[in-house]
Design a protein around this ligand. Structure first.
Ligand code: ADQ
Length: 736
C-alpha cells in the first residue's frame, strides 16, 4: 500500500509540474494578446475623440467638449474620460469618471507628445487608462485626453484559464491514481498475493493450481515455486501413504501424520470440538505489542499437538489481558499464531464467575477432593452456583458452534466442566461426547463428602465415554456411581446404563508428543545452567506448577536428608527446582508458595557455601525449549507428587534424553508410575526413600542408566499423545 501511494504521489507531482508550466505559458500569452487589444482599441478611440474636440479645445468651448465626451462615454461604454490642459490640470471629465489617472503617465505623454497607456485598479476592478496628447495648431502639446476603460474581462479570462486547468489537473489526477491502483493491484500485487496464497496452500498440503501461481509477471519465479510445491505435495503424499500403511501396524510409532490419517479413516470429515477451561495460547501486552505464550500445564502440553494435527475448534476461557484484542467478532482466532492450524474460540467469564467457578469450586473443592494430599476441600454454595453457571455458558457456546454439524465429536476436558456433557447430550443426543478427567478419581468414600455429588455424576454421565488416566481411577468411579446413584453397571464392558443411555468408563493414560528428529538433534547448551548459577557435577531437576499435590516440600525434605546422609555430595549436587506460579488467587496456594520459599532458604542456609547452593529455586515458567535443555543437562529428574493424575514431566524427561542417560525418580502416587517401569519409584512421604533414590541416581553406572532410560523412552514412544487421542477418537467412533 505504501508503495502504491509513493508511486501515485510521484506521478501526481510530475503532472502538477507539467500542467503548471503549460498553464503559466498560456496565461502569459493570453494576457499579452488581451493587453495589446485593449491598448489599440483605447488609443484609437481616444485619438478619434481628440480629433473631434481639438478645435473646440483651442477655442476654449468647454461646454461643447463636455457634451461631446459625455456622449462618447455613453456610446463607447467607457468608464470615464478626462481632458487636461498643458499643466496637467483636469479641465473637464465625464460624469463619475474614476480618479485613477497616473500623474507620471500624463506628464510622460505630454512631454513626449505621444500616446501611452497603462493598467490601474480601483474598487470596481481592473481598468485600462489610455492617454493621448492634444496637439495645437503650432504643433505644441496643449493638453491631453485620457480615456478609462474596464479591463475586468482580462482578469476573468485569466482566472478561467487557471480554473479550467486546475479542474483538468484534478480529473487527470483522479483518473491516473485510480489507474495506478488498479494496475498495481492487478499487475503486481495480485500475482504476489496469489503466489503467497499458493505457497500457504502448498504448506497446508492442499492442491495448488500451478497456472495460477503468480501469473506472467512472476513467471521465472513461479515456475521454480511450482516445482517446489510439486515436490512438497509429493513428499506429503508419500508421507501420508506411509502413514496409512503404518496405521494398520500396531508396532510402528504414532505421529501427527498417522493421527491425521487415522481420523480421516475413522471419523471421515467430522470436525472435532474440544472444550476446556484453560486455553492453549494466552495473549498479553508486551514491549513489542501483543504477545502470546503457552501456559504451563499438562492439559495444554497434551492437547495442543493433537489439535495441530487434527484441526477443528478448541473452546476455552479467554483469561489473558489481551485475549479480546486478537479475536474476531465471533470471539475466534486461528492458532498457533505463527502457523494457524485450528480455531481457538474464547469464552469470557466475569470476575465473579472466575472467583466462584474456577478458584472456588474447581480449585478449592474438586481439586483437593480428587487428590489425596490432605488438603481439606471447601464447599461453598455460592461457588457451586457459579460453577453451574459457567458450565452452562461453555455448553451454550459449544451448542452454537455445533449447530448444523451432523453427529459432531465433542471432547470435554477435565474437572472444571463436569456438567457440560449432560447439557450437550440433552440438546444434541446425536453428538458423540467424551470427557477426559485429567486428575485422579478418589475412592467412593472420599467422593461421598461432596454435597453436589449426584449432579456432578449425572453431568459426567451425559458423555458416551468417560476417560481416566488409570484403571484404578476407573474402578473408583464405577464404585462411586454404584454407591451414589441408581444405575445399572456392566462390569464386563465397564459401562453404566442410566435412562437408556450407556456410558463407557475407560483408562486412556495421557502422554506427550514424542520429539521429532529436529528436536532430538537440538544441542543442550550448558550455558543455561551457568546463567542460573549452577556449576555442580550433579543436577537434580524438579519441574512443576507450584501446587501442593506435587510434593515439593517433601522433595526438599528428601534433599535435606540426602545431604545429612551423604555429606560428600555437598558442593557437588544441586537441586534445580523450577516452579511456575499457579492459582495465585487461591489462599492455600499462596500459603504453600510461602512455605516452600521459606524451606528453600532454610536448607540453603544450612548447607550452602560461599559459591554453592544446595537448591536453586526458579519461581517462573520456562519455555519448552529451555525445559528440554535442562532435562538433557540434569543427571536426574525428581517427581515427588503426593497424588497426580499422570505427570507429564516424567514423560518429557524421558523423551528429552536421546542420549539414554539420566535417572527418573518417580512417586508411586503419580499415574505415570504405572507404565514408566525404568524409574526409581519412591514414596515421597518418606524423606529417607527420596534421599536414597537421589544417592542411587547420582552413583548409578552408565550401563544401568541406559537400560532404565531405554525402557522409559520406549514406554513414552509407544504410547504418545497421538496414540492417546487416537484411542479416544476410535472409542467414540466405534459407538456407531
Ligand atoms: P498438571 O498438574 O499441570 O496437569 P503435569 O502433567 O506434570 O501436571 O504437566 C505439567 C506441564 O506443565 C508439563 O508439560 C510441564 O513441562 C509444564 N510445566 C510445569 N512447570 C513448568 C514451568 N515452570 N515452566 C514451564 N512449563 C512448566 C494435569 C494433571 C496431571 C496430568 C496432566 C495431563 O494434574 O496429572 O498429567 O493434567 O493430563
Amino acid at each position: 500500500m505504501r508503495q502504491i501511494l509513493l508511486i501515485t504521489g510521484g506521478v501526481i507531482a510530475a503532472i502538477a509540474f507539467v500542467i503548471g508550466i503549460f498553464t503559466f505559458n498560456q496565461v502569459n500569452k493570453e494576457e499579452a494578446a488581451l493587453t495589446a487589444r485593449i491598448q489599440v482599441r483605447s488609443q484609437v478611440l481616444a485619438e478619434s475623440l481628440v480629433e473631434s474636440i481639438q478645435p473646440a479645445f483651442e477655442a476654449g468651448a468647454t461646454s461643447s467638449i463636455k457634451r461631446t465626451i459625455d456622449k462618447f462615454v455613453g456610446d463607447q461604454r467607457l468608464s470615464g474620460l478626462a481632458v487636461f490642459d498643458n499643466t496637467g490640470t483636469v479641465i473637464l471629465s465625464s460624469d463619475n469618471s474614476p480618479d485613477v489617472i497616473d500623474a507620471e503617465l500624463l506628464a510622460a505623454v505630454m512631454g513626449r507628445g505621444e500616446p501611452d497607456g497603462g493598467f490601474a485598479r480601483n474598487e470596481s476592478g481592473l481598468l485600462y487608462v489610455s492617454v493621448v496628447p492634444i496637439i495645437g495648431e503650432n504643433q505644441e502639446t496643449i493638453g491631453a485626453l485620457a480615456s478609462i476603460q474596464s479591463a475586468d474581462y482580462i482578469d476573468a479570462t485569466i482566472g478561467s484559464i487557471w480554473r479550467d486547468n486546475i479542474i483538468r489537473f484534478l480529473l487527470q489526477t483522479m483518473l491516473i491514481a485510480a489507474a495506478i491502483f488498479a494496475l498495481a493491484r492487478w499487475v503486481f500485487f495480485k500475482p504476489l498475493y496469489d503466489l503467497a496464497e499458493s505457497m500457504r496452500a502448498a504448506r497446508r498440503g492442499e492442491a495448488v493450481d500451478d497456472d495460477k501461481i503468480g501469473g506472467d509477471l512472476l513467471l521465472p519465479l513461479s515456475s521454480e515455486i511450482a516445482k517446489m510445491t510439486g515436490s512438497l505435495r509429493q513428499a506429503r503424499h508419500a508421507a501420508s501413504q506411509e502413514a496409512r500403511m503404518r496405521l494398520e501396524k500396531i508396532d510402528t510409532p504414532w505421529t501427527a501424520e498417522r493421527l491425521k490419517e487415522f481420523i480421516k479413516a475413522y471419523v471421515k470429515d467430522r470436525p472435532i470440538f474440544v472444550v476446556s477451561n484453560g486455553e492453549p495460547y494466552v495473549n498479553t501486552r508486551g514491549k513489542s505489542g501483543i504477545e502470546w505464550t503457552v501456559p504451563a500445564g499438562g492439559l495444554v502440553t497434551a492437547l495442543e499437538p493433537v489439535m495441530e494435527a487434527t484441526g477443528g475448534m478448541w473452546i476455552a476461557h479467554g483469561a489473558g489481558e489481551a485475549d479480546k484484542a486478537v479475536v474476531d467478532k465471533d470471539d475466534k482466532v486461528r492458532v498457533p499464531h505463527d502457523e494457524p492450524r485450528y480455531i481457538l474460540k474464547r469464552v469470557w467469564l466475569t470476575d465473579e464467575e472466575v472467583a466462584g467457578y474456577y478458584n472456588g469450586f474447581s480449585n478449592e473443592a474438586l481439586w483437593p477432593l480428587c487428590h489425596m494430599a490432605h488438603v481439606r476441600p471447601v464447599f461453598r454454595k455460592e461457588d457451586w452456583t457459579e460453577y453451574r453457571k459457567a458450565n452452562a455458558l461453555f455448553a451454550k457456546t459449544l451448542l452454537k458452534e455445533i449447530q448444523g454439524v451432523e453427529r459432531p465429536l465433542v471432547f470435554v476436558q477435565d474437572y472444571h466442566l463436569a456438567l457440560v456433557p449432560g447439557i450437550i447430550k440433552k440438546s444434541r443426543p446425536d453428538a458423540q461426547v467424551a470427557i477426559f478427567w485429567h486428575i485422579p478419581w478418589p475412592s467412593a468414600a472420599q467422593f461421598s463428602i461432596c454435597p453436589w455429588r449426584e449432579e456432578i455424576l449425572h453431568g459426567m454421565m451425559g458423555a458416551d465415554i468417560i476417560g481416566f488416566q488409570t484403571q484404578q481411577y476407573c474402578n473408583n468411579f464405577i464404585d462411586t456411581v454404584a454407591s451414589e446413584i441408581e444405575a445399572r453397571i456392566d462390569l464386563e464392558h465397564f459401562s453404566i446404563f442410566r435412562e437408556e443411555h450407556q456410558t463407557f468408563v475407560k483408562p486412556f493414560p495421557i502422554s506427550i508428543a514424542f520429539p521429532g528428529i529436529a528436536e532430538r538433534e537440538e544441542k543442550a547448551d550448558p550455558a543455561l545452567l551457568s546463567r542460573l548459577g549452577i556449576h555442580s557435577t550433579h543436577v537434580a531437576l524438579g519441574v512443576d506448577r507450584l501446587d501442593y499435590t506435587k510434593g515439593i516440600p517433601e522433595r526438599l525434605k528428601g534433599i535435606e536428608f540426602f545431604f545429612e546422609r551423604h555429606p560428600e555430595f555437598i558442593g557437588h549436587l544441586t537441586l534445580l527446582q523450577i516452579a511456575s506460579p499457579t492459582r495465585t488467587s487461591v489462599g492455600t496456594y499462596k500459603k504453600h508458595a510461602d512455605a516452600v520459599l521459606a524451606e528453600v532458604e532454610r536448607i540453603n542456609a544450612r548447607f550452602g557455601t560461599r559459591d554453592w547452593k544446595p537448591i536453586v529455586f526458579q519461581h517462573r515458567s520456562f519455555s519448552h525449549a529451555e525445559l528440554r535443555t535442562l532435562y538433557r543437562l540434569s543427571s536426574m529428574c525428581l517427581i515427588t507428587s503426593l497424588h497426580d493424575g499422570m505427570n507429564l514431566v516424567a514423560k518429557e524427561y524421558a523423551a528429552a534424553r536421546g542420549d539414554e542417560s539420566g535417572v527418573l525418580i518417580l512417586s508411586q502416587f503419580a499415574g505415570a508410575s504405572r507404565s514408566m517401569k525404568g524409574a526409581l519409584q519412591i514414596n515421597p512421604y518418606s524423606a529417607e526413600e527420596t534421599a536414597e533414590a537421589i544417592f542411587k541416581a547420582a552413583s548409578m553406572p552408565k550401563t544401568e542408566q541406559h537400560r532404565r532410560m531405554k525402557a522409559l523412552r520406549t514406554s513414552v514412544r509407544d504410547y504418545n499423545v497421538y496414540r492417546w487421542s487416537a484411542e479416544i477418537i476410535k472409542a467414540l467412533a466405534e459407538l456407531d
